[in-house]
Design a protein around this ligand. Structure first.
Ligand code: PLP
Length: 404
């Protein structure tokens, strides 16, 4: 492939990065749907295994289709970054999250984490990591002093700080640059789950974080067809080989076809995100004015508590909106039963508008007290605003809210 100019914008990178010239002259990258690669001689095999000859030998260790996706993911995160990035694709967002947590901490180490997180991440930290001697301190990172205090307490055991911003499902935002400074002053690494924003809306590495983590199941692949994940870091980071080791030996690789579908979806990320963001703002404004709605959570609304921070650190406010109903859980049930266009499903980031009840869906495994601490009431509804005509999404929500 001819190299992209270093000043190429995010859209150009989404379309062209990682699109290698295949010997067959195929217009689209071919799918190398194969478990392994064969050799003409033992000498060729030996040279490949030893890294003395360019080439692949086994898909869990590497595959051209997966490498093409990784090149595209890295190129997106390099916008605004002064050095090359390295991306690793995983078989799910949770495989990516767990590999990062395991590779960057070890027995006796301490993780400082936001508590209001995607529920599976929270559960790995709260219940699984302590079984292996990795401690976790939960803090509210909207108060940087609380993070500094937890890092002070952990002392030399501190390994990493884990954030998710905007937070699923309350959309609260955390100051990445401020937390990066505190984290680095304590000799630890900052990991940010950037699933909601995508590199179109926020680039954690350029803001000072060490690792961006993604569930590529969502906006990155964009079509709800695959489960996948990714980790992106500066290529020079000394922990990159550890991440690779964990990925290949724990076996958390994506299948080649899933990687291909993800790269295909990624080619339109910027166009999809532009429409997701515009529709989300229109929906948020409509909800804000509705008498049944107690509060709307969207970083793009001037009245949202974290709007000024979001405007500073995000390049777009994203396609996720959530709102609290005055009528609580009963009202939420009524709205979900009444929508006709919005699809009731626990995922997010696809082309259609998706509606979720976090208390009984994405966060159902947590106790009421944990949900309360995370700001998830029974009357909270989460929307992944799709690419339909905004007027039709608003009309559907309007008729559903009128039944409350
Ligand atoms: N991180 C966030 C913010 C998520 O919303 C999710 C899933 O919803 C994940 C991680 C986990 O991703 P996956 O379902 O692809 O394993």
């Amino acid at each position: 492939m001819r190299p992209l100019p270093s000043e190429a914008g995010l859209g150009t990178r989404a379309i062209h990065a990682g699109e290698a010239a295949d010997p067959s002259h195929a217009y689209l990258n071919p799918i190398y749907q194969t478990a392994s690669f064969r050799f003409d001689s033992l000498a060729e095999s030996e040279a490949t295994f030893a890294g003395k000859r360019a080439g692949y030998f086994y898909t869990r260790n590497g595959n051209p289709t997966i490498a093409a996706l990784e090149a595209k993911l890295a190129a997106l995160e390099e916008v605004g970054l002064d050095e090359p990035a390295r991306a690793l694709a995983f078989g799910s967002g949770m495989a990516a999250v767990s590999a990062v947590l395991l590779a960057l901490a070890e027995a006796g180490g301490q993780i400082i984490s936001q508590e209001a997180l995607y529920s599976a991440t929270y559960q790995i930290e709260a219940t699984l990591l302590p079984r292996y001697g990795i401690g976790v301190t939960f803090v509210d990172p909207s108060d940087p002093a609380a993070v500094a205090h937890a890092l002070d307490e952990a002392g030399p055991r501190a390994r990493l700080v884990f954030l998710e911003t905007p937070v699923n499902p309350t959309l609260r935002c955390i100051d990445i640059a401020a937390i990066a400074e505190i984290t680095h002053a304590h000799g630890a690494l900052l990991v940010v789950d950037n699933t909601f924003a995508t590199p179109y809306g926020q680039r954690p590495l350029a803001l000072g974080a060490d690792v961006s983590v993604y569930s590529t199941t969502k906006f990155i692949s964009g079509h709800g067809a695959i489960i996948g994940g990714a980790v992106v870091a500066r290529a020079s980071a000394d922990f990159c080989p550890w991440l690779e080791l964990y990925r290949k030996h724990l076996g958390a690789v994506p299948g080649p076809f899933d990687a291909w579908l993800t790269a295909l979806g990624l080619r339109t990320l910027h166009v999809r995100m532009e429409r997701h963001c515009a529709n989300a703002l229109a929906v948020a404004r409509f909800l804000e004015a509705h008498p049944q709605v107690a509060a709307v959570h969207y970083p793009g609304l001037p009245g949202f508590p974290d709007h000024a921070l979001a405007a500073r650190q995000m390049t777009a406010f994203g396609g996720m909106v959530s709102f609290d109903l005055k009528g609580g859980g009963e009202a939420a049930r009524c709205v979900l039963d009444a929508v006709r266009l919005c699809v009731i499903t626990p995922t997010l980031g696809t082309f259609d508008t998706l509606i979720t009840h976090p208390a009984t869906m994405s966060h159902f495994e947590l106790s009421p007290a944990e949900r309360h601490r995370m700001g998830i009431s029974d009357g909270l509804i989460r929307l992944s605003v799709g690419l339909e005509d905004a007027a039709d999404i608003i009309a559907d929500l309007g008729q559903a809210l009128d039944r409350v």
